[in-house]
Design a protein around this ligand. Structure first.
Ligand code: ZN
Length: 255
């Protein structure tokens, strides 16, 4: 009997998302290095480890993979809202790998969002599933990528071209210090860094940053002292060597 080697394409397309998952997981185990240490690979987690997909065998960092053909730079759909909030509060969220593939199954973009950039203000609650759904009442969440500063979006592959490993690891190293902050404080740090990035320039004044007070107030509605919080977080960012104080009330971002 001759072995039938062709794939039933109609069935393959129907099973698209699952096939994409298998192919992209395979690609990551074969090609991807650890951005957090010098390990040349990351290992797939055991089946039925719902929280993460890969672990670095050397430094133990964990990664979650999300792959899709579509690419929404503003938000991505994630799992359960409560699960994500718990993971953030207990500081156990994995790093996120966002992988985009083409219709010909080429790897187009791979973006790393280090776990330190997930704060409660970038997690959006979705509508509960309808009573007719299998998991009626279940509430999912979106990760608002637009609320994450550029510092937390590290390109590993851009438009089909891999970025140099050294550069990727350098960018990770630059923000590694954020992990040392307690998660309750880190959200503010990331939000202030995002506000600084929104100014769109590397040199800025405190007065310019104060103009974004309403944005930060909206993200932290219970806080009544946003301006002192901004100043405190600028100190934290300076201690993390992400920016310098140049003059009285003037600041400079480090590249
Ligand atoms: Zn590692």
């Amino acid at each position: 009997m001759n072995l039938q080697c062709s794939i039933d394409l109609a069935a393959a397309y129907k099973a698209g998302p699952q096939i994409a998952r298998v192919l992209s997981e395979h690609w990551c185990s074969r090609e991807l290095y650890c951005p957090a240490c010098d390990s040349s690979h990351i290992s797939p987690s055991r089946v039925n480890t719902p929280a993460f997909d890969f672990t670095c065998p050397k430094c133990g960092q964990t990664f979650q993979l999300k792959s899709s053909r579509a690419w929404n730079p503003r938000k991505i759909v994630d799992a359960g809202y409560d699960t994500m909030i718990r993971a953030i509060r207990s500081d156990k969220a994995p790093h996120l790998l966002l992988l985009q593939y083409t219709s010909e199954w080429y790897i187009q973009n791979v973006l790393l969002v280090p776990r330190m950039f997930f704060s409660e203000s970038v997690i959006e609650k979705r509508k509960p599933l309808s009573p007719a759904a299998r998991r009626a009442g279940w509430v999912g969440c979106n990760i608002l990528l637009s609320g994450i500063p550029e510092d937390g979006k590290i390109a590993i592959v851009s438009d089909g071209v891999p970025e140099p490993e050294q550069q990727v690891r350098g960018e990770f190293e630059r923000v590694r210090g954020l992990a040392e902050l307690p998660p309750s404080l880190r959200g503010w740090t990331v939000d202030v860094l995002n506000a600084v990035r929104r100014l769109g320039k590397s040199r800025f004044s405190l007065q310019e940053l104060y103009q974004l007070e309403p944005v930060l107030q909206a993200a932290h509605p219970r806080n009544r002292n946003v301006r002192p919080k901004i100043r405190q977080q600028l100190q934290v960012l300076r201690n993390l060597r992400l920016l310098d104080f140049t003059d009285r009330g003037a600041y400079q971002l480090r590249s």
